[in-house]
Design a protein around this ligand. Structure first.
Ligand code: PLP
Length: 422
């Protein structure tokens, strides 16, 4: 009963008992387990129940829980520093590492979350182009910044709300909505008001309506449109960065964005974010240029140390990504076989370590409209069954589950065994 007791008390002191909505498990009609510890691919709750963790803190824990190198980096840094609000060598190390190992980053600015990264990238794009309008896609989520809360994915989609009270109309009047994987819908917006569009922001593999990989021609076509109209292309790689490949989705598709946003994995499990891109654009940022963006905690040395340990480890071990590919394929093929045997209506989309089982009778899921055909009641039954049998998944049909370095073939076999019993 400890889980219930803690959660009920949490509800008295924190809205919904949580500090981020989807964690409350509201959409699956149950209380969440209260997690206490993690190791490798496993997490344990306050009652001692162990689960194979496919949430991975919503992406960051690609190295698994309690990674020894990340912990050592944090411990070593703590002996010298917690926070100065001043330049440190460790922030240079991480910035240099990212600029040198990623393809389209000449300069980078550290922030404290994915939301901060995307909202700051938009401000920079607006400052650079001297235009106000942006294009985003229905079903994509870029954080809780006002201008993005129109037809957003993730928790907004899970809760079935169109936007959010508290967002003034003025904040979203410059947000134009297009349809994911539908280049025509983007073209139409450009034909109408192309000279006023500062930027397109897109998840190059959508993860926040469940996993929906972009069609290659969709991303390439947007690059051409941005070049034609003098707009910037922003890839939000908060989820996909260091996950679908070390160099992110842009390396998988071979499309070059002007700006890229990061968070999640780049903090090694501590809170962080960053945005970076072409020098000419980044040099518009204060104090080099006029676009103002700042942060007391930005580039915090403990966070930078964790991030540097995580990213160097991932960069130096390409075999990790091969492992994730192998394990991911095993899971996808296993699920497809079981779905066929049992007559379960499932489409499974995967890109690297990002996976979603869509409970739909459609034959494929390529658009937001396809996503909306899912049977969320069936998902809820599946979710509960998996949780009761030790498989910890994101509590929503419209999220990605994550596979990491520490997931083993045995973990996948257990997942498939449990699914078989559903
Ligand atoms: N962008 C994408 C693609 C995300 O998936 C998320 C969060 O899940 C964000 C931005 C917001 O990041 P954060 O929750 O760190 O603010």
């Amino acid at each position: 009963m400890r889980n219930v007791k803690i959660f009920e008390e949490s509800e008295k002191y924190m809205p919904g008992g949580v500090n981020s909505p989807v964690r409350a498990f509201k959409s699956v009609g149950m209380n969440p387990p209260i997690l206490k510890s993690g190791n490798g691919s496993r997490v344990v709750d306050e009652e001692g129940n162990e689960y194979i963790d496919f949430v991975a803190s919503w992406g960051p824990m690609i190295l698994g829980h309690n990674d020894e190198d990340v912990i050592k980096a944090i411990e070593d840094m703590l002996k010298n520093a917690i926070s100065f609000g001043a330049p440190t060598e460790i922030e240079l190390k991480l910035a240099k590492h990212m600029c040198e190992t990623l393809d389209n980053i000449d300069m980078i600015r550290m922030v404290n979350s994915g939301t901060e990264a995307t909202m700051s990238a938009i401000k920079l794009a607006r400052g650079y182009t001297k235009r106000d309008k942006i294009i985003k896609f229905a079903g994509c989520y870029h954080g809780h910044f006002d201008g993005f809360l129109v037809e957003a994915g993730s928790g907004v989609l899970t809760e079935g709300i169109p936007g959010s009270p508290g967002v003034p109309e003025a904040s979203v009047k410059n947000t134009l909505i297009a349809q994911y994987n539908d280049l025509e819908s983007v073209k139409m917006l450009f034909e109408k008001e192309g000279n006023e569009i500062a930027a397109i922001i897109v998840e190059p593999v959508a993860g926040n309506m469940g996993v929906v990989p972009a069609k290659p021609e969709f991303l390439k076509g947007m690059r051409e449109l941005c070049d034609k109209y003098g707009s910037l292309l922003i890839f939000d790689e908060v989820m996909t960065g260091f996950r679908v490949a070390y160099k992110g989705a842009q390396s998988v598709y071979g499309v070059k964005p002007d700006l890229t946003t990061f968070a999640k994995i780049m903090g090694g499990g501590l809170p962080t974010g960053a945005y970076g891109g072409r020098r000419e654009i980044m040099s518009q940022l204060s104090p080099m240029g006029p676009v103002y963006q700042a942060g007391t905690m930005s580039g915090n040395p403990v966070v930078m140390a964790a991030g540097y340990a995580a990213l160097t480890k991932l960069y130096e071990n390409p075999k990790y990504y091969e492992h994730i590919e192998e394990i991911g394929t095993l899971l996808k093929e296993g699920v497809e076989e079981i779905a066929k045997e049992k007559g379960l209506p499932i489409v499974i989309n995967r890109c690297g370590g990002m996976i979603t089982l869509f409970f739909t009778k459609e034959s494929k899921v390529e658009t937001y409209e396809d996503v909306k055909t899912c049977d969320t009641d069936l998902f809820t039954r599946y979710f509960k069954h998996m949780l009761e049998n030790g498989i910890y998944l994101p509590p929503s049909q419209f999220e990605a589950m994550f596979i990491g370095v520490k997931h083993s073939k045995e973990d996948i076999e257990k997942f498939l065994d449990v699914l078989r019993k559903f």
